[in-house]
Write a protein that binds this ligand. Structure first.
Ligand code: NZQ
Ligand code: ZN
Length: 385
């Protein structure tokens, strides 16, 4: 097992009505709050009014309209407000996009240059205003992690940045907020959770037994509960398990004792950077094709472990067993209603080469679980068409 640091200090308040704790959680951090949210879902489901009422004794400023695949332009607006109003706390109310934008806004408040610098080079991230979140979508794990992913559509770049100072001080995780999610976001969010697990599970280190068993149990939770949430959007048990899976899948628990470059995320970020597609959809399309491409004599044993422990497949022939698990993964995403080809999301062959070049360079794919060069990535993307 490799050495690791596990320091996930977010105060998680999980369950119905936990939002009531918001004033108590924010009060020690400051009085002047920037509330950041997306395109309006929180106005429709009543959460906006609830938060505003709870924060009646605070001075609350607002940044609305953060887009899915949050753009640097929104971050710049938020930073302006922070500087002008001397904001002390950033409160993100929404999904991963809102939370990610909030983290970079919180860093930008203490940075003199363009906040895009902080995305390109995380060494420039210094002091970060405290971030508190109210989560409304189970997917990214941003509610308890040190990452933020921001897009710059002028340069076709979607880049991840990361700082320990980004980790939210507190996150309200109330599964009832997921009831209003459209089916497409429930499914895409689950594909994202599963991809986070795969990226950490399929790595070379074989001795991280505990970590791998955690990973498998989270995958089983996604496979069990996503179909239930799709059929019964207000099934509390299903939403609660998906929400907790999202948090645990990417708060560094699953990389304890493991490590190595991620693959599908590096490729997907290029699809989003050029075509602004939904992150989880891109991952669902890429993942089974990547799995088939990297199946070889070095990896087959790991795929059989996945087949046996996650899908309860008992086939004895290793390659048959591995392929059955990969087929099951693809069929699961399809059954959740996710479009499973690039064509269905408006992507044709024209930019495959440049996206593959960027993915290999930015994502360090030569050092991934199975090393991939540009030609390999183009082949995987062609299989996705
Ligand atoms: O903008 P609003 O109106 O709120 O609508 C959002 C948005 O349209 C809607 N939504 C969210 N909660 C809802 C809801 N609609 C109804 N009811 C609710 N309760 O869902 C849409 C998508 O929201 P978004 O925040 O974009 O989704 P998600 O949480 O999947 O975040 C995706 C972003 O996170 C990045 C992705 O690349 C993408 O930019 N990631 C962040 C990571 C991290 N910070 O660790 C890791 C991930 O791998 C990922 O890269
Ligand atoms: Zn992801």
């Amino acid at each position: 097992m490799n050495n690791f640091r596990f320091n996930a200090y977010t105060d998680i308040r999980f369950g119905k009505n936990q939002v009531e704790a918001l004033p108590e959680l924010i009060a020690p951090l400051g009085k002047k709050v920037l509330m950041v949210y997306g395109g309006g879902s929180i106005r429709k489901n009543g959460l906006y009014d609830k938060v505003k009422t709870l924060l009646a004794d605070f001075e609350v400023f607002e940044l609305a309209g953060v887009e899915p695949n949050p753009k640097i332009t929104s971050v710049r607006e938020g930073v302006k407000i922070c500087k002008k109003e001397n904001i002390e706390v950033v409160l993100a109310v929404g999904g991963g996009s809102t939370i990610d934008a909030s983290k970079v806004i919180a860093a930008g408040a203490n940075y003199d240059g363009d906040p895009w610098d902080l995305v390109v080079d995380n060494n420039k991230i210094g002091k970060v205003l405290p971030v508190v979140t109210v989560l409304t979508l189970a997917a990214t794990g941003s509610e308890m992690n040190k990452n933020a992913v921001i897009s710059n559509m002028e340069t076709n770049e979607k880049l991840g940045t990361s700082s320990h100072n980004f980790i939210p001080r507190a996150s309200i995780c109330d599964p009832t907020y997921l009831f209003s999610l459209p089916a497409s976001q429930t499914a895409a969010g689950t594909a994202d959770i599963m991809s986070h697990i795969f990226e950490q599970y399929f790595q070379h280190e074989k001795r991280a037994f505990i970590t791998d068993r955690f990973a498998e149990s989270l995958l089983k939770a996604c496979i069990k509960y996503c179909p239930i949430a799709l059929k019964e959007p207000d099934n509390y048990e299903a939403r609660a398990n998906l929400m907790w899976a999202s948090t645990q899948a990417l708060n560094s628990l699953l990389s304890c004792g493991k490590g190595g470059a991620w693959t599908c995320h590096a490729i997907e970020h290029e699809l989003s950077a050029y075509y602004d597609i939904t992150h989880g959809v891109g991952l669902a399309i890429i993942t089974p094709r990547w799995m088939r491409y990297i199946l070889n004599e070095d990896t087959v044993e790991k795929f059989c472990e996945y087949a046996k422990n996650v899908w309860d497949i008992t086939e004895e022939d290793p390659y048959k067993c591995a392929n059955m698990a990969i087929d099951a993964t693809e069929n699961f995403f399809r059954a959740c209603g996710i479009p499973m080809t690039l064509k269905e999301v408006g992507i044709d062959e024209s930019k495959l080469q440049v996206m593959a070049e960027n993915a290999v360079r930015r994502g360090g794919l030569m050092n991934a679980y199975v090393s991939l060069n540009v030609e390999d990535v183009v082949t995987i993307l062609k299989a996705c068409l």
